[in-house]
Design a protein around this ligand. Structure first.
Ligand code: NAG
Ligand code: NAG
Ligand code: NAG
Ligand code: NAG
Ligand code: NAG
Ligand code: NAG
Ligand code: NAG
Ligand code: NAG
Ligand code: NAG
Ligand code: NAG
Ligand code: NAG
Length: 420
């Protein structure tokens, strides 16, 4: 009898161990989750952008109701986009890096700088420094929990907001703000008291997004037309001449650049409105400019006249002199399902003389790899995109350019099939 119980409990504990081994793995991760950041008096988008490692345009894309980026209203909430990853193989979360400033404490970092998206206890848990001794300039792991949904509740919702509760919130108030039923909201947060005044809840959203984050660096391949200069390219791309030259070591100085060559122009690649990756340059219109000359000459086909018309309020026939127009240039931050080895992509407007093979050779990558980054079939529409890969070649840019950079190239403005 006694012996039987022992055997039984032994086999139960084996079963239990196996179950926990399976359950300790994270459920599916997701590319995009949002954190609801309560804007405290005295903060600003620059600070929030640094703390979240999101660019300001990325943040604005998720917060269309921010009307003035220079002065955000205290006591409102801002959605911060981040990837929802598996932390320590145990739970879903995202780790933000935070550089400690003099006087910071875990309390202040959690409760003010990260607006209770994390807690002092989690900071203590995920960082080697004791709360009493957090060195200035140390980079902390700020771990924020997230959710990618629960198929057993509903498959309709694909995006979840990590929402720190505040005093005054209730199940009813949050459900009403999110236009959700209280039952649905509670079922994603089983057992949670929404009136607790603290703690995290997850709010489901239906927003479908094609990009979640941009990347700090992408390059545009600027074809040098007769009559342009390094200074002009620097000016239209908001780079300094020196910076531009540092990305183009084959150009010894600003006076030495040949028409018919290409210049790599650095810019940040942002997720615009959660919808596509691009950089928005601004261009001050001069008398006689048209969307065609701006796109095809000044921006060397990195954008199109149609795109300019779409991203600016002025009709093509009526662009006032001195107006500042948005010049939207597509970009890429890679495609993990092709390869994770490449971190830098060049937006490359194709010209008639280009071919998959010629660009692959110039970029020192295989044509197959290049093609797999540019899977679209190419010759049917006017804005064709072509994918191409190349290795980083410039040692002088090694400090800024990730190892094994990848070049994605986009084809614009030509009906020609470069393969034929
Ligand atoms: C932005 O907020 C941070 C943190 O409160 C502050 O240190 C910084 O001076 C502010 N910057 C501006 C331009 O107001
Ligand atoms: C934008 O809308 C959200 C959701 O309704 C709200 O929480 C936030 O406070 C609003 N932000 C501003 C700046 O009005
Ligand atoms: C974070 O929570 C603390 C304690 O509940 C509260 O005093 C503080 O105002 C909260 N911070 C923010 C930014 O909401
Ligand atoms: C942050 O987390 C990483 C990975 O777990 C760890 O190696 C690192 O030591 C942590 N940083 C601190 C400051 O503890
Ligand atoms: C985040 O999730 C972990 C693991 O489930 C949990 O231990 C921790 O308490 C959570 N943190 C917050 C602030 O809810
Ligand atoms: C709220 O949701 C209902 C149906 O779920 C929808 O018909 C309605 O347009 C939504 N309202 C807002 C303001 O989004
Ligand atoms: C841009 O494309 C147009 C049309 O294909 C072409 O005429 C023009 O020369 C191109 N511009 C540059 C700078 O390559
Ligand atoms: C440029 O884009 C911004 C942000 O979308 C918009 O507010 C502005 O009106 C645009 N400029 C023009 C000239 O349309
Ligand atoms: C830029 O990307 C958008 C969204 O993917 C696409 O609709 C557009 O055609 C692209 N523009 C160009 C010039 O390729
Ligand atoms: C990434 O590559 C895969 C396989 O080639 C393709 O199906 C997918 O559409 C690509 N994703 C993007 C965002 O281009
Ligand atoms: C490109 O165009 C040619 C001729 O118009 C056609 O035969 C070919 O199938 C097209 N290729 C693709 C990939 O669509």
């Amino acid at each position: 009898m006694f012996r039987f119980e022992l055997v039984l409990s032994f086999s139960l504990s084996i079963i239990f161990l196996r179950l926990t081994a399976v359950q300790s793995k994270c459920p599916k991760t997701c590319d995009l989750a949002l954190g609801s950041y309560y804007v405290w008096p005295g903060t600003n988008l620059t600070f929030i952008s640094t703390a979240s490692a999101d660019s300001i345009p990325d943040i604005l894309g998720y917060n269309p109701n921010i009307t003035n980026a220079d002065s955000i209203e205290a006591e409102t909430r801002i959605n911060l986009p981040f990837t929802c990853d598996c932390i320590d193989d145990e739970f879903l979360g995202h780790v933000f890096p935070y550089t400690v400033q003099s006087g910071d404490t875990y309390y202040e970092i959690a409760q003010r700088y990260y607006a209770n998206l994390t807690t002092p206890a989690m900071l203590e848990q995920f960082n080697s420094y004791p709360a009493s001794n957090v060195p200035v300039n140390a980079v902390l792991n700020v771990t924020v929990n997230c959710s990618c949904g629960d198929a057993s509740v509903s498959k309709v919702y694909g995006l979840f907001i990590t929402y720190p509760l505040r005093v005054g919130d209730s199940l009813g108030s949050i459900a009403a703000d999110a236009n959700l039923s209280t039952d649905l909201l509670q079922s994603y947060n089983p057992g949670v008291d929404f009136s607790a005044g603290s703690g995290l809840v997850y709010i489901p959203g239906k927003v479908e997004s094609t990009c979640s984050k941009g990347c700090d660096l992408a390059l545009g391949s600027y074809y040098v037309w007769a009559g342009t200069s390094v200074r002009f390219v620097a000016q239209v791309s908001a780079n300094s001449v020196d910076e531009l030259i540092s990305y183009n070591p084959e150009i010894p100085n600003e006076y030495y650049v040949k028409a018919g060559t290409r210049i790599d122009v650095p810019f940040s690649c942002d997720c615009i409105g959660g919808e596509f990756l691009a950089h928005v340059f601004t261009y001050a219109v001069r008398s006689g400019d048209t969307y065609h000359t701006i796109a095809e000459t000044y921006y060397s086909n990195l954008t199109t006249a149609a795109k300019l018309e779409q991203s600016n309020s002025y009709p093509a026939s009526l662009i006032p002199d001195n107006a500042v127009v948005n010049v939207t240039v597509n970009c890429s931050c890679g495609n993990a399902s092709v390869s994770e080895a490449y971190g830098l992509f060049v937006t490359y407007p194709l010209r008639a003389e280009d071919s998959l093979e010629s660009i692959a050779a110039a970029a020192s990558v295989g044509a197959d790899l290049l093609q797999s980054y540019n899977p679209e079939k190419l010759n049917s529409t006017r804005t064709m995109r072509l994918q191409i890969v190349r290795q980083a070649e410039a040692s002088s840019t090694a400090d800024r350019v990730p190892r094994n950079p990848l070049t994605a190239m986009w084809r614009f403005g030509s009906e020609l099939n470069p393969w034929t």
